[in-house]
Structure formats: structure tokens, C-alpha cells
Design a protein. Structure first.
Length: 154
């Protein structure tokens, strides 16, 4: 189960005990915000894309959307999201639980500046009913992100 992989992965940071397993679904931004009693924009959603022959994940604020022009400027290609059935085999996490932790080898992770408005955010932890509250420094460190980018619009 992906949440167990994430729990094991977060042990190296001493954060595995901070994962919140929720009674309700957190598979969408709206559901996660309701379950966590926070604003939807503080949900750190993880979006998955094909980039040439590799997969990248972009973690963005819950109220942000990919700006195709900015994406193309950043990566030199048009944004092409993974199909739902591709998520688990290519990232290690199924739709609803895709997160920047314990991902498959070769997946690159980027953090969008839309998150920088908040002291803490809530990314998923590998299942459709889990989350963890992290500071931006923790998110950057725990995710092993490649860099902060600006590819979204609010």
C-alpha cells in the first residue's frame, strides 16, 4: 500500500508519525479541505506530467492551475498530464493519493511558487484519505524537489 511506503519514507525525517489518516476521502482539493478543516488553497496538490521520456510531478496550491504558457517557457514543451491509469505505474501512487514522497525512481519533483503564500500546506501521503501538514522548508526537504518554479495561475 502506497501510504505505508510513504510512512516508511518519512521515517528518515522523523515525520512518519505526523501522517493523518482521515475517516473521509481527501482525493480532491475540496474533499481534502473539508476533511482537514482548512482552506482549499492550502492543499498542496501534486500534478503529474509526461516530459519527453520521463515523468515530473508539480506540487501546487489547491487554488492554482497550470498556466500553459508558463509551463512551456519553463520546460520547452506543452503540458501533457498523465492519464489516470498511468499514475500508479509511473509515479508509485494512484490518483487521489499522488504525492511527492516515496515516488518511483527517475521521477522529478518541482514545487510551484503558488505555495509560498502559506506557512504550512497539506500534501497527500499516498492514499485517498491521508495528508500531512508541512512547512515549506519541510516540503522542500522531504520531497527532494528539483527546484521552485512558476508555472501556475491563480
Amino acid at each position: 500500500m502506497a501510504i505505508e511506503k510513504v510512512r516508511e519514507y518519512l521515517k528518515q525525517f522523523g515525520a512518519d508519525g505526523r501522517i493523518r489518516e482521515l475517516a473521509e476521502s481527501s482525493a480532491t482539493v475540496e474533499l481534502a479541505a473539508q476533511a482537514l478543516h482548512c482552506e482549499p488553497r492550502r492543499i498542496a496538490k501534486t500534478l503529474s506530467f509526461h516530459l519527453d521520456d520521463r515523468v515530473i510531478l508539480i506540487v501546487a496550491a489547491g487554488d492554482a492551475r497550470i498556466d500553459n504558457k508558463k509551463y512551456k517557457e519553463q520546460f520547452g514543451r506543452k503540458a501533457k498530464m498523465l492519464a489516470g491509469e498511468e499514475a500508479e505505474p509511473l509515479t508509485g501512487h494512484a490518483v487521489g493519493g499522488v504525492c511527492p514522497f516515496a515516488v518511483k525512481e527517475g521521477v522529478s519533483i518541482y514545487l510551484d511558487v503558488s505555495l509560498k503564500r502559506f506557512e504550512t500546506v497539506f500534501p497527500a501521503c499516498g492514499s485517498a484519505n491521508s495528508a500531512i501538514e508541512l512547512s515549506l522548508d519541510e516540503l522542500e526537504r522531504f520531497s527532494g524537489s528539483s527546484q521552485w518554479i512558476d508555472v501556475c495561475k491563480l
